[in-house]
Design a protein around this ligand. Structure first.
Ligand SMILES: *[C@@H]1O[C@H](CO)[C@@H](O)[C@H](O)[C@H]1NC(C)=O
Ligand SMILES: *[C@@H]1O[C@H](CO)[C@@H](O)[C@H](O)[C@H]1NC(C)=O
Length: 625
C-alpha cells in the first residue's frame, strides 16, 4: 500500500517504471487468552497513527458494539460507553473496516473510552497497514488525528468473524496485544533513521513533522551525544526516466540532468517553489549532516533542520539558498565542505550523497521500501504510529536490549501516568494503599507488588495477596484481624505461603470476616449435665456445679470421686496433675518449636532445591494471636 505518497506518485508514476517496491506491513501479536476455542497467538498489523505500546503489552476485553459496528460515529451515547468498569479489564473495541477513515474509527473509539481499537478487515487478504488519510482528500477537520493516543490493530476477516461469533454466543473474549517483539532490541545502541523532506508546504502532515522535530530534538541530541543512539537522516528522491529528461516537468523538478527529483510542493508547476528547490534543500540538509558527522557532532543536524523550518519557511518566501546558508553558518560548520558536497547541480554527473539516498530507499533485510513520508526506521524496522516525542522515545527505549536502556527511558517524563486514572485497571487494596499498577516507559503494567520485602502474588488485575514468610507483617497478609477486651486474634498464619484461616474459636472465610463460635449454643464444649456454659469472644467459660472442677482438656467435671480422698491427698493429686500437665506442656512446646524451626529451615531450603518430603499438613504449625 503506497497510498500515502500516491499524490506524489501520481505525478511521477507514469515516469517511474522500476519503482514497484516492497512495502512491509509491520505487525505485532494478538494473543487470545479466552475463550478456549479461540486461544492462540495471531498476527495483527500496527496502524500508522495513535501510540503503539512498543516494548509493552496490553490486556483487554473485546467488545463488539451492538450499533455503530463500523465505528464511524460517536460511541458516547450512554449505554454503549466503552470505558472499562472498575476492576475489569480495559475495553478493546472491535469495529468493521469500511465506510470511513481508520483514523475516525480510532478517534471515536478513544473518546468513547476504549483502550485500544481492533479493526476487522472486511475482505479476505493479507494484512494491510492502516494509515492516515491524505491531505486534500476531503478529510474534513483532521486535527483529531494528532490527538489519537490509543493503539490500533488490523486483524484478518476470519479472526474478526471468529471473535464476533464467540461474543454472540455470550463468551468473554480476552486478548493481550503484545508489541514486545515488534521492534528488534539486540544491543545497547539503537540505530535509527528518519526519512523526511525539507518541504514544509503539505498541510497538517508537514506541520506535525516539524513539530515532532522540534519536540524531539532535545532527547535526540542527548541520546546521540551520550552514544546511546546512532541517528541518520534520509531524504526520499525520485528520478526522471530518460525519455522525459528534456521535458519541462523534469527540468523544473530535477537536478543533475534528471537524476534527482522531487514532486512540486504545491502540486502546481506554475506557482511557488518547484520540486527542484526541494531536492536542492534536501541535498543541503543531507550534506550538512555529512559535514557535521565528520566533525564528530552529528546532532547539529537537529538544530539545523528546526532552525531552518522556523527561519526559512516557504510561505514567507524564504525557502532559499541564502537563508539556508545563514542558518548553517550560525551553527559553525565548514561552509566550504558543504559546497563541495552539493557539487554542481547542473552538471550531468552523479551526486554521491543523493545516489546513496536513492539506494538506501530500497528495503533491505527486515525493512521494507520507504514509501510513506515521514518514515522512522528503528534498528532497521519501520516504526508505525504517530510521530510524537513520547511515542517515538518509547519506541527507541524499547529497542535497547533489556536493562541497557539509558536513564532518559526511566525518568518520570517517560512514564505514562496511566495508573492515575482508575488505577490503570489494576488490583488495589484501598485500605492498605497497595497497588499492582506501575507506570513504566513500556506502558502501565499490572504486577502484584513487593511491599516491605513481602511478595504479593496473583494476576495483578483482580487479585493479589501477600505470600511467603513475614507476609502477615504487611496489612496482616490481607487477612481478618480483630481485638476485643484486650484480646487480639488474627487469621493470618505466617507459615502458610498464602491464604487466611480463622483462629480456633472463630469461623469464616478468614479474609473479610471471622465470627466468634458460640461454643455453648453450638454444643462444641461444656455440655455435661453439671456444666454451666458462658460464651466469650473467641472462647468460652465453663463452670461445674456442686464444687466440681472443670478440666478443659477433657471437657468434663471431676471431683466427686477425688472429694472422698482426704483434702491433703486432693492437694497432692492436684499438684501431680499440674506437674504432669506442666511437663507434658513443656515437652509439647519444645516439640512445636522444633517442628516450627524444621519447617522454617525446610522453607528456606525449598527455595533452593526440591524437597520430596514436605510436611503433609503444614497448617498445623501455626501461631495464632
Ligand atoms: C558518521 O560518522 C561515523 C563515525 O564517525 C561513521 O561511522 C558513520 O558512517 C557516519 N555516518 C554517515 C551517514 O556518514
Ligand atoms: C499511597 O502510597 C503512595 C505511594 O507510596 C503515596 O504517594 C500516596 O500518598 C499514598 N496514599 C495514601 C492515601 O496514603
Amino acid at each position: 500500500m503506497r497510498t500515502k505518497l500516491s499524490f506524489l506518485w501520481c505525478v511521477w508514476i507514469y515516469l517511474c517504471g522500476s519503482c514497484v517496491g516492497r512495502f512491509v506491513v509491520e505487525k505485532n501479536n494478538l494473543k487470545i487468552t479466552s475463550p478456549k476455542s479461540l486461544r492462540g497467538i495471531y498476527e495483527c498489523a500496527i496502524g500508522n497513527f495513535g501510540v503503539p505500546k512498543y516494548g509493552g503489552t496490553m490486556i483487554g476485553t473485546v467488545v463488539f458494539p451492538r450499533y455503530n459496528q463500523n465505528g464511524c460515529t460517536k460511541f458516547n451515547d450512554g449505554d454503549t460507553s466503552l470505558s472499562a468498569k472498575p476492576g475489569s479489564f480495559p475495553t478493546f473495541v472491535l469495529v468493521d473496516r469500511g465506510d470511513c477513515y481508520f483514523t475516525l474509527k480510532a478517534w471515536n473509539a478513544q473518546i468513547g473510552g476504549a483502550a485500544a481499537i481492533l479493526v476487522a478487515d472486511d475482505r479476505v487478504e493479507p494484512l494491510i497497514t492502516m494509515d492516515t488519510p491524505e491531505e486534500g482528500n476531503g478529510a474534513t477537520n483532521d486535527d483529531y488525528i494528532e490527538k489519537i493516543t490509543i493503539p490500533s490493530a488490523l486483524i484478518s476477516k476470519s479472526l474478526g468473524d471468529n471473535i464476533k461469533s464467540a461474543l454472540k454466543s455470550g463468551a468473554m473474549v480476552n486478548v493481550n496485544l503484545d508489541w514486545r517483539e515488534a521492534l528488534p532490541h539486540p544491543d545497547e545502541r539503537v540505530e535509527y533513521e528518519l526519512w523526511t523532506s525539507s518541504n514544509d508546504e503539505c498541510g497538517p502532515k508537514c506541520e506535525s513533522e516539524i513539530n515532532f522535530l522540534k519536540g524531539f530534538k532535545g532527547a535526540a541530541q542527548l541520546l546521540e551525544q551520550k552514544g546511546f543512539t546512532r541517528f541518520t537522516p534520509h531524504y526520499i528522491t525520485w528520478y526522471c526516466p530518460e525519455a522525459f529528461i528534456l521535458s519541462q516537468q523534469c527540468k523544473s523538478q530535477c537536478i543533475n540532468n534528471g537524476r534527482y527529483c522531487a514532486p512540486d510542493p504545491e502540486q502546481d508547476f506554475s506557482v511557488g517553489y518547484d520540486g527542484k528547490d526541494v531536492v536542492i534543500q534536501n541535498l543541503r540538509q543531507a550534506c550538512f549532516f555529512k559535514v557535521a558527522n565528520e566533525s564528530g557532532k552529528p546532532w547539529k543536524w537537529w538544530d539545523y533542520v528546526t532552525d531552518f523550518a522556523i527561519r526559512c519557511p516557504m510561505r514567507a518566501k524564504k525557502y532559499t539558498e541564502e537563508c539556508s546558508d545563514q542558518v548553517a553558518k550560525s551553527l559553525g560548520v565548514d561552509m566550504n565542505k558543504i559546497k563541495d558536497c552539493i557539487g554542481d547541480l547542473r552538471a550531468d554527473v552523479e551526486n554521491p550523497i543523493l545516489k546513496a539516498e536513492q539506494d538506501a530507499q530500497i528495503g533491505q533485510g527486515s525493512r521494507g521500501d520507504v514509501t510513506i513520508l515521514p518514515t522512522l526506521v528503528i534498528n532497521n524496522r519501520q516504526y508505525r504510529g504517530k510521530l510524537s516525542k513520547a511515542a517515538v522515545l518509547k519506541a527507541l527505549c524499547a529497542s535497547f536490549q533489556e536493562t541497557t536502556e539509558p536513564s532518559i527511558c526511566l525518568t518520570p517524563d517517560m512514564e505514562t501516568n496511566e495508573c492515575l486514572a482508575n488505577n490503570g485497571g489494576c488490583w488495589k487494596d484501598k485500605a492498605a494503599n497497595i497497588t499492582a499498577c506501575r507506570d513504566t516507559f513500556r506502558g502501565r503494567v499490572c504486577e502484584c507488588p513487593i511491599v516491605q520485602n513481602v511478595k504479593f502474588v496473583g494476576d495483578g488485575y483482580t487479585h493479589c495477596e501477600a505470600s511467603g514468610p513475614l507476609r502477615c507483617a504487611v496489612n496482616n497478609g490481607g487477612c481478618w484481624q480483630g481485638s476485643q477486651g484486650g484480646r487480639a486474634y488474627s487469621a493470618c498464619i505466617d507459615d502458610h505461603t498464602k491464604g487466611c484461616k480463622c483462629p480456633p474459636g472463630f469461623k469464616g472465610d478468614g479474609f473479610h470476616s471471622c465470627e466468634d463460635v458460640d461454643e455453648c449454643k453450638d454444643k462444641v464444649a461444656c455440655q455435661c449435665p453439671e456444666c454451666s456454659c458462658k460464651n466469650t469472644w473467641g472462647s468460652y467459660e465453663c463452670k461445674c456445679s456442686n464444687g466440681l472442677f472443670y478440666v478443659r482438656e477433657s471437657d468434663m467435671c471431676i471431683g466427686k470421686y477425688s472429694a472422698s480422698v482426704s483434702s491433703g491427698g486432693f492437694v497432692w493429686m492436684l499438684i501431680l496433675i499440674l506437674g504432669i500437665g506442666g511437663a507434658g506442656g513443656y515437652a509439647f512446646y519444645k516439640y512445636r518449636i522444633q517442628r516450627y524451626m524444621d519447617y522454617e529451615i525446610r522453607a528456606i531450603m525449598a527455595q533452593y532445591m526440591p524437597l520430596d518430603n514436605q510436611p503433609e499438613n503444614s497448617n498445623q504449625v501455626q501461631h495464632s494471636v
